[in-house]
Design a protein. Structure first.
Length: 97
């Protein structure tokens, strides 16, 4: 899969991991997600100190997106639709995300 859309990526994650993810459930999956956010935070801090690894930084961004997508899948949220509804149609909250 080259340069997937958000919907394609969500389907890929669902097809590959759904059974395991659904069995784990939202609460435990959220803990995994937060662990990945922590790893991204560490990668960003290393970069800010001039000691970062760009490959690792990209991997951590990818992991965070994958785990966020997993949470969306097991809670029945269509990420592309959610983004469209809030930011494209709704314009997003003024001045913030």
């Amino acid at each position: 899969m080259t340069d997937p859309t958000l919907s394609e990526f969500q389907a890929f994650i669902r097809d590959r991991y759904h059974d395991t993810d659904a069995a784990r459930g939202p609460a435990h999956t959220f803990l995994w997600f937060m662990e990945e956010v922590g790893e991204l935070s560490e990668a960003l801090a290393l970069r800010a100190r001039g000691d970062g690894d760009d490959t690792n930084l990209r991997e951590e961004f990818a992991d965070v997106l994958a785990w966020l997508t997993t949470l969306a899948n097991i809670t029945g949220v269509d990420l592309a639709q959610a983004v469209h509804d809030k930011y494209v149609v709704g314009g997003g909250p003024p001045g913030t995300k």
